[in-house]
Every structure is written in structure tokens, then in C-alpha cells.
Ligand binder design. Structure first.
Ligand code: CA
Length: 225
């Protein structure tokens, strides 16, 4: 696996190069957006780790330029910008995950493995999704918690499938609208919240360990906690 790190803070860049190399990755690094873009467009990297505060451009613009030129490698944003708005913007503008500085190396590595796993599915597409005692049979469009079959509408099943495919990762309302409804709906609409509410009443029944969690101001995440 080969990574591209775009980070102008040299001590952090050095730390990332060293620790990611030790973790078994090949690492290229750039200290500004222009160099980063040139390297990114070589198309040889499995993932990018991009800082937002770069000397010559905003990291989000760099991501947008790479995407516009056909780069599909997943992006882990690493930034000192901690506000919910900034994180949502990062995720909506092409970032696959967002980690704020200061960060723990173990978390960076875990998130990196996650974004890499998502883009490198096994050769065959599995027809089963599983998270804790939740099982989705994608062929039969059937969801179970433990032994119990959940009575879901097709829309609810699609929503649950999307959450399950992104298990452990926060998805925003806009991402859900894009992927589940597959159309541009005014993000101010509460259609997602309404469906999540109904879905949750079926998936996370009283007495069961809750799987669907609300991240206030950001979106939702499916994870067993
Ligand atoms: Ca910076």
C-alpha cells in the first residue's frame, strides 16, 4: 500500500512518514498543495492523508482539484480545524474521513485501515452484511437482529444497508440523501431524520444494544457500543 501525505508542518510530516513506514506503508510526502497535486495525479497511491491548512492552497481545494482530474483514492483529512461545520464540510467535499489534530497514532492507523478497506472490497461482492447481531441478506433484502426478522420498507432497508456498509463511520444527511435517495433533495428537509427515527424504532428495540447513533449536528453512525 502506498500513501501520499500532504502536510506543511515538517515535524508532523516527518512523524507521519516514519510511523506509517514502520506500519508497513510506502509513503510519499509533500509540503504544499502544488507538489501534492502533482504527486497525487501520478495515480499510484492507495490513499491520501491531507492537511487542510497548506501554505499555497486550502486542502479542500486540493482534494477538489484531484477529484476533478479523476483521482479516486480515498482521502483522510488531518486538520487542526475542529468545528462541526469544518468537519462536515471536509466530509462533504471529498474527504472519506476526518481526524483532528492533535491525533493519536493508533487512531490514525485505524482510520486509515478503514478508508482503505472501504475502497478495496474483496474480489466478489459479499451478499451479506453484518454488524454485531445485525445481519443483512442483500439478495433476499432481509434484515435480522439475532433471529428476529425486521419488517422494513424497501427504503428503510436501503438506508440500513448504507449505514451498515459504512459501519463505524459517521455519515451526514447529505451523504444519505445522495446514496440512498439518489437525488438532490434540499438538505434542510427532515426526510432523513424521519426515516432514521422509524428505522431505529425497528432495529434498536427496547432492551437491545443500540446500533444507530446520532452525532449531533453531523449525522449518524451505525456501530455497536
Ligand atoms: Ca498546516
Amino acid at each position: 500500500m502506498r500513501l501520499l501525505v500532504v502536510e506543511d508542518d515538517i515535524p508532523i510530516q516527518e512523524f507521519l512518514k516514519k510511523s506509517l513506514s514502520e506500519a508497513g506503508y510506502l509513503v510519499d510526502a509533500a509540503g504544499d498543495a502544488k507538489t501534492g497535486e502533482a504527486l497525487a495525479l501520478e495515480g499510484v497511491h492507495d490513499a491520501f492523508i491531507i492537511d487542510l491548512g497548506l501554505p499555497d492552497s486550502d486542502g479542500l481545494d486540493l482534494i477538489a482539484r484531484c477529484r476533478a482530474q479523476g483521482s479516486t483514492a480515498p482521502v483522510l483529512i488531518l486538520s487542526a480545524r475542529r468545528s462541526v461545520d469544518e468537519r462536515v464540510r471536509g466530509l462533504e467535499q471529498g474527504g472519506d474521513d476526518y481526524l483532528t489534530k492533535p491525533f493519536a497514532l493508533a487512531e490514525l492507523l485505524a482510520r486509515l485501515r478503514n478508508v482503505l478497506r472501504r475502497v478495496a472490497p474483496p474480489q466478489y461482492e459479499s451478499t451479506q452484511l453484518k454488524s454485531a447481531d445485525l445481519n443483512l441478506d442483500l439478495l433476499r433484502r432481509e434484515a435480522r437482529r439475532g433471529e428476529e426478522v425486521l419488517q422494513l420498507t424497501p427504503q428503510e432497508f436501503s438506508l440500513l444497508e448504507y449505514l451498515c456498509r459504512n459501519a463505524g463511520r459517521v455519515v451526514t444527511r447529505t451523504m444519505i440523501l445522495d446514496h440512498v435517495w439518489r437525488m438532490r433533495i434540499d438538505p434542510a428537509t427532515n426526510v432523513v431524520d424521519v426515516h432514521i427515527y422509524r428505522l431505529r424504532s425497528k432495529v434498536d428495540r427496547e432492551g437491545l444494544r443500540p446500533l444507530i447513533h446520532t452525532i449531533r449536528g453531523v449525522g449518524y453512525v451505525l456501530k455497536p457500543v
